[in-house]
Design a protein around this ligand. Structure first.
Ligand code: SF4
Ligand code: SF4
Length: 506
């Protein structure tokens, strides 16, 4: 099969932002030691939370499933070191801003004893459908931040006419450098994962996409490609513009096709996976290690030594920052993720999860200008990569006009924060859009609930009416039967009487 060819596209809007990545990429990735305690949220992916399959007091091994998927979009959670389950309780997590979620707490024994792995064998001999199930067992999710279950995403792609895989190494948000370091240090594993994914998808074309200002990552990937000698995989460089690493924006850049509003890249023939996801697929399918650790960037003016670390899932931010050298005196607040799309957390007790690509500790800022009225300058529209009109959306968000928000494409907003950055009036547009989207989702959920209740009510009424009609029909049938039985009995009596009259001598 010949690999398809594509023209390079162009990103609408976007911003060239200062990277702030040099500090965290000066030294190799450091391994965080096994902590005293691991906190494993059962909800670390986009989908139904997993269900615990261990009890308090159970001894668990590294790589052992401790929570199993529940529902179509479920993904298992594995212990990331050996130890004893000491609690299953609600714990602060980064996914729920300021909130808690159920977690399995393991007291580590330090032995790091490994659960017997279940390698898929030589994946090239495994039927693609079986390989997808195996990927699911490894707890693999998209490590670019969306944590969409990888097996389900691949299944969707297999049912569409997908012809190419795009590996996303475009890490365009300031401060985050974990993918850059992963590409520098584990390029062969990333490309090995790409081959597994290509086999699972049955496609013959893969683009590994990197920003052109990442020369070391590009060199390592080129070296690995040279060793692989696999001409189905092509390295593509793109300019460093935020948010070119967004899934739809990357597709536009790489194959010059636009993902339709409300659609998916598979609608136009491709699927995007993060480079970290590809390495995780390799680690599980080839080496038998499920997704129990990840590289995360520890950075910002609030930490003494910015660096990238490989931490076990479930290690708390407190343990990680202490390992890297602690906080600075000016540390003010904590963000899990990047400065534009990350989530603020109020405690460093939150654990690193599969989605945690960055721990950003922000220093105190001396003043804030505060929000001013919109002056209709249009700068926000000029930078919006989705070609929305943020100033209009802002008005409609203030007015709570759900219909207009929909008409003006709020649901297509990728919450990249570009509009905030350029707004001279310092209006927190993205936060307003996030809230408005939440409200629309709530309304949609409410409507879906009301629709379901209405349908249940209608179905019940239909059933009662059907039963009433059936009862009436049965009654009528019984009456009819009784009537004809009565008529028959009378006829028989009359007949008997006629015969008796005939038999009697006159
Ligand atoms: S950038 Fe800010 S001030 Fe300018 S139009 Fe947009 S919302 Fe208004
Ligand atoms: S946050 Fe939304 S509206 Fe603002 S620039 Fe990004 S995509 Fe456009």
């Amino acid at each position: 099969m010949t690999a398809p060819t594509y023209d390079l596209g162009k990103l609408h809007g976007g911003l060239r932002l200062p990277g702030h990545k040099d500090d965290s990429t000066r030294v190799p990735v450091r391994d965080v030691p096994i902590p005293a305690q691991l906190v494993l949220p059962i909800e670390q992916h986009a989908g139904e939370p997993a269900q615990p399959v261990v009890d308090i007091g159970d001894r668990v091994l590294k790589g052992q499933p401790v929570a199993e998927p529940d529902g179509e979009m479920g993904v298992p959670v594995h212990a990331s070191s050996s130890g004893t389950v000491v609690a299953i309780e609600r714990w602060p997590v980064s996914r729920r801003q300021g909130g808690k979620a159920p977690c399995i707490v393991i007291e580590c024994d330090g032995d790091d004893e490994t659960f017997p792995g279940r390698s898929a064998g030589d994946y090239r001999n495994v039927p693609p459908a079986d390989l997808l199930l195996h990927i699911l067992d490894g707890g693999i999710v998209g490590l670019g931040g969306a944590v969409f279950p990888t097996a389900q995403k691949l299944m969707q792609a297999r049912t569409s006419e997908t012809e190419c895989l795009i590996l996303n190494g475009v890490e365009c948000e300031p401060y985050i450098s974990c993918d850059d370091m992963l590409m520098r240090e584990r390029a062969p594993e990333i490309l090995g994962g790409a081959r597994v994914l290509m086999h699972a998808l049955q496609v013959d074309s893969c683009f590994v996409v990197v920003e052109s200002d990442k020369p070391e990552a590009i060199d390592r990937l080129e070296e690995a490609l040279g060793e692989f000698g696999d001409d189905r995989i092509v390295l593509k460089q793109v300019p460093t513009i935020y948010p070119s690493g967004g899934e739809d924006q990357l597709v536009q850049l790489v194959i010059d096709r636009e993902v339709p509003s409300g659609g998916l890249p598979t609608d136009i023939g491709c699927i995007v996976q993060n480079v970290g996801t590809a390495a995780a697929v390799y680690d599980w399918i080839v080496r038998g290690e499920p997704l129990i650790s990840r590289v995360t960037t520890v950075t910002g003016d609030g930490v003494a030594n910015p660096v990238n670390v490989r931490a076990r899932i479930g290690t708390t931010i407190e343990d990680i920052v202490r390992f890297t050298g602690g906080y600075t005196d000016c540390a003010d607040h904590l963000i899990v993720g990047g400065p534009l799309t990350g989530k603020s957390v109020t405690t460093d007790e939150v654990p690193v999860v599969k989605a945690s690509n960055c721990i950003l500790v922000v220093a105190r800022s001396s003043y804030s200008l505060g929000e001013l009225p919109c002056i209709r300058c249009g700068d926000c529209a000029a930078v919006c990569p989705v070609q929305l009109l943020p100033q209009q959306l802002f008005w409609y968000a203030c007015a709570d006009d759900e219909q207009k928000l929909r008409d003006f494409g709020l649901t297509d907003c990728i919450e990249c924060g570009c509009c905030d950055l350029v707004c001279p009036s310092h209006i927190p547009l993205t936060a307003d859009f996030r809230k408005a989207k939440g409200r629309i989702r709530e309304l949609a959920d409410e409507k879906a609930r009301a629709d379901r209740a209405r349908k249940r009510f209608e179905a019940r009424n239909d059933r009662l009416e059907r039963e009433r009609l059936e009862r009436d029909a049965e009654l009528a049938r019984q009456k009819e039967t009784a009537k004809s039985a009565g008529a028959q009995a009378i006829a028989e009596i009359l007949e008997r009487r006629r015969r008796r009259d005939e038999d009697e001598p006159s």
